[in-house]
Design a protein around this ligand. Sequence first.
Ligand code: GUN
Length: 296
Amino acid sequence: MQIIDGKRVSEKLKEKIKQETVSWIHKGGKKPHLCAILVGNDGASHTYVAAKMKDCESIGFTSSIYRFDETITEEELLKTIREINANPDIDGLIVQLPLPKHISVDKVTQTISPEKDVDGFHPQNVGRLSIGLPTYISATPYGIMQLFDYYNIDTVGKHCVVLGRSNIVGTPVSILMSRNTTPGNATVTLCHSKTQNLENYTRNADIIIAAIGIPEFVKAHMIKPGAVVIDVGITRIKDPSKKSGYRLVGDVAYDEVAPLCSYITPVPGGVGPMTRIGLLMNTLKSARKEIYSGKI
Ligand code: GUN
């Protein structure tokens, strides 16, 4: 059994993006600029955005944050997004989720220019993903594909079972795994809360990607020996023995499942650190005008 070290891979990829950025700027290219919009006082969102901005600075990008009180109206927010869309200095824009209830996530997502949508959430970019056109792949699916690539895990013709059909993980990763690419070319089964006899699928899976958000849902009896298990879950469980007061738990019962696997991602330190890499890669792609070059 090999533990997939997402922290180490993410550091290597960050270094690679940094080198690519240096050479792009050296050739006269524009310094990539990522802008984040943060609404309200959600503690986790503040932490995530601060981490994303720190990544930018560490690899030579410009970063900026627009902070708004949670009372901002939807129209004011959409107006700001349109202004950023029109600002040629900004290459990538993310609006950190969740948003206050009075603001429509769909309207926000669809107002961000597809050219600057480095989260890859705009319907145009999701549509491009589904038909195999160049696009911004959202951060978590991108990170998972990079792990398969880095560890040379053979996915061709394998049975990949994805647990969870969310727009930001399950659905896009199922599309990526079934595409005619490497990694990819897997036979994909997408399972969800209405799937019957789930174990019949997981027990026949060469690869399981668990993204349902239920701590320790995947147990040893659900696994085929030798399977590759990718755990996307990350739930905070109260734990008074920890300094922080909580511990992070994945969707997989790691201690009982790990001995059965050929590869497994731990939580923390597996998929988590990889999810910030895609955003950086997409911002560089935007600065280099790689996706919307006018050709397609
Ligand atoms: N909130 C949690 N994850 C994400 C993400 O990947 N992008 C944005 N914009 N908000 C999030």
